[in-house]
Design a binder for this molecule. Sequence first.
Ligand code: Z5A
Length: 229
Amino acid sequence: MKAVPPAGVFITFEGGEGAGKSTQVARLARHLRERSGREVVSTREPGGSARAEEIREALLAGLAKPYGPFAEALLFTAARIDHLDRLIRPALRRGEIVLCDRFADSTRAYQGAAGGLDARTVRALERVAVGETRPDLTLILDLPPEAGLARARARAGEGAPDRFEAEALGFHARLRAGFRAIAEAEPDRCALIDAAHEPDAVEAEIRAVVEARLPSLFRNATESRHDAA
Ligand code: Z5A
């Protein structure tokens, strides 16, 4: 009889510009590969599948900006549907751990809280696209927008700011408030991480949260090590 894979685990990273999401996705992926004994897939939004990466290019170039936040939300959602169908859901069905740099909370915060799209519309799009594939854990990296934008600007090789980096400071302040409100409204799913510290300290906080919230990831690895002994 074929062994049934363990349930997949879906972890998302959220926050404003330069909060350190990509840095911490890579670090957590390394840690989980070593400690959980499970396959770990790192991905991002917008993007993560060939078609979604094409939509990403158009969105970050600002091609949809003139059509307003609803049109942008539709495009982020279209990219999300393809990403879910082609990468996220198949990986979760195989019992893998999926780490995603941004997901549906970014639509809530960027197009909703900061962009002004009404919450009911954002929720309706989310319901249709995401369905039951909700994150098991969302790590919201919290940082004053001035600090995040400075980090993003200082990044080596950075060219002109993209569509969202170019927004005024008020937009980024609303964004931060939007992410903090999500963390407050859904404390079982979300953890607010202080992203102002240096990367090793942020990584330690994230590891502690993951170990406390998802202990089965580490228990299974310990059991299989014992089984093998
Ligand atoms: N968007 C949206 O509007 N709606 C949606 O539904 C979705 C997305 C899904 C994607 O751009 C854009 O799409 C995004 C939101 C919007 N807005 N923008 N711009 P992206 O993927 O290109 O950008 P991003 O997600 O904002 O990522 P980022 O700017 O690259 O930031 P990050 O991933 O959070 O940070 P990082 O790359 O890890 O670090 C940035 C720099 O800071 C880098 O030089 C690091 O070495 C440094 N760093 C990292 N951590 C630290 C600490 N702890 N201290 C000091 N320096 C650090």
